[in-house]
Design a protein around this ligand. Sequence first.
Ligand SMILES: Nc1ncnc2c1ncn2[C@@H]1O[C@H](COP(=O)(O)OP(=O)(O)OP(=O)(O)O)[C@@H](O)[C@H]1O
Ligand SMILES: [Mg+2]
Length: 224
Amino acid sequence: MSLLRAEGLTKSFGKTHALEGAGITIRAGEVVAVMGPSGSGKSTLLHCLAGILPPDSGTVHYGDRELTAMNDGERSELRRTEFGFVFQFGQLVPELTCLENVALPLRLSGMKRKDAERAARDWLGRLEVDGVADQRPGETSGGQGQRVAVARALVTGPKVIFADEPTGALDSLNGERVMHLLTTAARETGAAVVLVTHEPRVAAYSDREVVVRDGRSRDVEFAR
Ligand SMILES: Nc1ncnc2c1ncn2[C@@H]1O[C@H](COP(=O)(O)OP(=O)(O)OP(=O)(O)O)[C@@H](O)[C@H]1O
Ligand SMILES: [Mg+2]
């Protein structure tokens, strides 16, 4: 049973055909690595899948609901309640402490400050960055900041985590650690992960690989 399914996606930016009939299927709880050369359409595919960007044609289904047929309000509600996001950088609110950043999605959905901060502290601990709870994102290292971002993506208990090169700005040691913590935490909570990455050792963390080339995608099963 697929959790998220895209079929025949096309998307152009002016004369650039970013997607030309891309499709992908994500099952509940699996970690799928999206790979491919720069400019091949990976980020565009991820944004269409997550309902951030409307495709020109093609469909995206979340369970039995068609995401591409929803209005903006329904789509943002779905993103807020079912999805979590981790990007390469620049995603934490600089004025808030790391703890407040992780608590923010819970606060926005109406949780009391005390409860939200308790949950946030727990997630910072699971990502091994409880030490930066009271610091602002600008006062942390890149690797710590990404772990805080992962904690914020997971704190609401999403069904799907979308991660676009979450370790792209980190050295390989920190990158591996964040990749490990992200995929382990997702597996513990049962969240599926759609992971755009250039990490060479990605097979160690993912169940399946999808390669995007010239706006088209194809599944590659790892030989295990
Ligand atoms: N907002 C935009 N406006 C114009 N062109 C865009 C836009 N977003 C993407 N493109 C173009 O669409 C194509 C696919 O871009 P996309 O960002 O999806 O590639 P990518 O595979 O994520 O690349 P990278 O590995 O470098 O991040 C590229 O040619 C890019 O220049
Ligand atoms: Mg990209």
